[in-house]
Design a protein around this ligand. Sequence first.
Ligand SMILES: Cc1cc2nc3c(=O)[nH]c(=O)nc-3n(C[C@H](O)[C@H](O)[C@H](O)COP(=O)(O)OP(=O)(O)OC[C@H]3O[C@@H](n4cnc5c(N)ncnc54)[C@H](O)[C@@H]3O)c2cc1C
Length: 468
Amino acid sequence: MWLPLVRRYSTRSSGPVVGIIGSGPAAFYTAHRLFRNDPSIKVDMYEANPVPFGLVRYGVAPDHPEVKQVDHKFSEIANSSQFRFLGNIRVGKDLPLSTLSRHYDALVYAYGASSDKILNIPGEHLRGVYSARQVVGWYNCDPQHQDIGISLPHLKDLVIIGQGNVSLDIARIMLSRPEQLSPTDINPLFLQQLFQSALQRLHIVGRRDLTSVSFTIKELRELFSLSSAMFLAPEYTSSLSFLSEQALGTFDRARKRLIKLIQSNIQAAQQRNSTTSTQQKPSKFWGLEFGLTPIEILGRNGQVDKVRFQKTETVRNESTSPSDFVEIPAQAVIRSIGYKSVPLPGMQELGVPFDMTRGVILNNEGHIGPGMYASGWVKNGPVGVISSTMMDSFATADKLYKDWLAQEPFLIGTRAGWDGVRHTVNTPVVSWEDWEVIKKHEIENGLRHESVGEKFRTWEDILRVLHK
Ligand SMILES: Cc1cc2nc3c(=O)[nH]c(=O)nc-3n(C[C@H](O)[C@H](O)[C@H](O)COP(=O)(O)OP(=O)(O)OC[C@H]3O[C@@H](n4cnc5c(N)ncnc54)[C@H](O)[C@@H]3O)c2cc1C
């Protein structure tokens, strides 16, 4: 169904006019590579939020400022005369895709993963069950998640379901000493609660065994070395078997190191349990539990009370015994089993194929169809860090440019870009200069708290400083 939209150019004397949807790492690295390939390429970057940077702003943990520094590179890219940032425009809602596609040579979908995988078990909708996105958004000042309603002063037992880096981030933030986080740009309201936190036990529970965790070693080491919380040997996975050197030999070097790190910490914790006196122990504890499949979240008066798990090895058994089940107390449960991309309204009409099971736009090396490309998490699924997203976005940009030079068909457009669609947009549009004003205010607000910055926590406050 591409034909009505497609034009084959006879000559291409200048670079394409490209609309990029999203302003996270995938969007910026795609733009960067396009400019490197041909400085005459024009890029308009559309962002749903009034602020740029996607998960770099609202995902990456506040105590990892070195990771957030990629925004310096992104700002350099934005300073290109061929670049335009168009914030506060949700493509598919504030601006139909069909309109957009009529004014560009190419569109790049780089809108990340705005939904979550769910557990699909009874009790998932009880009060006290949160997605990782909500919690991360809360401590990172994402205006969408400021009223999630966790009360740390009333939370003793926390269960995080899922064993990936996002779970480690959340655990580390929840267990850190608040004074260590105060110089960061963490949400000050979250910090206030952290000072009064009653949290005693935090369990990070995985379905599979310890060889299958999705942690990276740096993040895991950070959690093991927290002085404010003590690591506990698994309490619910009693028959945990350790791998011999020979069995470890079947894994690659990185995984072997990760498994060894977990095993040695469990062994140290087992010894500590029997020797450490109560006075020496900190008041917060955390642990890893393996091989447990969540089957129900149980509540009392509509509020989560515990999580019921079944030993994964028995899930397919026809008959089970009571010892195949465990219940872990929790006044809050965080589901951290992955983000998920969803299609944008209007994509189907444009013939953009979306795989609902994998949550990705079907593509071939980033190419979807004539003049349509994908980058980042919506291209490959919500896995990978900023550096892998960068490499992958470079590949998409290279493919786009190669297709352009090869006279492949692109979209039929006026090539007017933003000038062709601006009259149809009714939301207050945030430019790059506006964003710099917002950033300046945030830095100034942070000075009051001796922190690197204090982010606005509502969209209204952001638009107010711009008088929009
Ligand atoms: C909690 C968390 C912590 C992480 N920490 C790290 C870390 O420490 N180090 C690391 O290397 N990686 C980290 N990552 C991974 C990293 O964030 C991703 O690899 C990267 O952000 C993916 O980039 P993206 O551009 O595809 O998606 P995103 O960063 O999600 O960007 C997508 C952008 O598109 C916008 N958008 C969505 N829909 C629309 C629409 N309809 N119209 C216009 N715009 C739209 C969104 O608002 C967003 O700004 C973390 C991820 C998470 C979830």
